[in-house]
Design a protein around this ligand. Structure first.
Ligand code: ZN
Length: 250
């Protein structure tokens, strides 16, 4: 039995038959970083008991180690992108491995394979496998050709979690940093998961931050659902509000 629920943004709880993995923790807000939806966990102390935590890259909205430090089990294992392990240890969690794409590790009974990504900083995405289920976690990667190899290596994906807000950073020449809903639907047609849940769409920089720093389509998971209906009709899309549980059947 696999269940999935979103905490907020790209922070997701995956439960593989009782072994729970948390992705990209973001458990607080600060100026220019507002979640834009109601987070399902107030603090890290409210998280369930975890088999492990994966972190795709160092950006605050995916790697909120200051807030995560309140999680009580300091021995919980982490799998993270290159360069993040010292920060995880500094937050009080000594059990951490860094992965490059196609390296793997185990978090409890869950096999974790790092997969490619492209973003403004070093990033990995993840394939997670346990209990007969395979999940792809897309963090906030751009749609790049390197992602196609994930589909070649993993032909039976039960669930894909894909970012959809197409974030652009104005001070960086309006450069696109994250795939948009149409690109996510196109990648869905390549990966062919049975189920897909969009992530990374409600975030806002606030009225000033959005004007100065970012340009993004907000809160439109329907764009991904509709585009996937056209481009990947065999995949069922579930739009999951934070805290709502989805069971992934075999
Ligand atoms: Zn990022």
């Amino acid at each position: 039995m696999l269940t999935v629920s979103r905490v907020v943004h790209a922070s997701v709880l995956l439960d593989f038959g009782g072994a729970r993995i948390l992705t990209d923790p973001w458990l607080s807000e600060r100026r220019f970083y507002y979640q834009g939806e109601q987070r399902s966990c107030a603090t890290a102390a409210d998280l369930p008991e975890l088999a492990g935590i994966v972190i795709s890259h160092e950006h605050y909205d995916h790697c909120d180690l200051d807030a995560l430090a309140a999680y009580p089990d300091k021995s919980v294992p982490f799998a993270v992108a290159k360069g993040i392990a010292p920060r995880v240890r500094a937050a009080g969690f000594p059990n951490v491995v860094e992965l490059d794409p196609w390296e793997s590790t185990r978090l409890g009974p869950v096999e974790v394979i790092a997969t490619p990504a492209s973003h403004g900083v070093t990033e990995i995405t993840f394939v997670l496998r346990a209990d007969g289920h395979t999940v792809y976690f897309g963090a906030d990667t751009r749609r790049v050709d390197e992602l196609d190899e994930i589909a070649q290596r993993y032909s039976e994906v039960d669930l894909a979690l894909l970012p959809i807000n197409g974030l652009r950073i104005r001070p960086l020449g309006n450069r696109q940093e994250v795939m948009d809903a149409t690109e996510a639907a196109e990648f869905t047609s390549v990966l062919r998961p049975r189920l897909a849940v969009p992530i990374h769409y409600a975030f806002t920089g606030g009225p000033v931050g959005d004007r100065l720093m970012v340009k993004t389509v907000r809160n439109r998971p329907d764009l991904y659902r509709d585009a996937t209906g056209d481009l990947a009709p065999d995949t069922t899309v579930h739009v999951l509000p934070p805290g709502q549980l989805l069971a992934v059947e075999h």
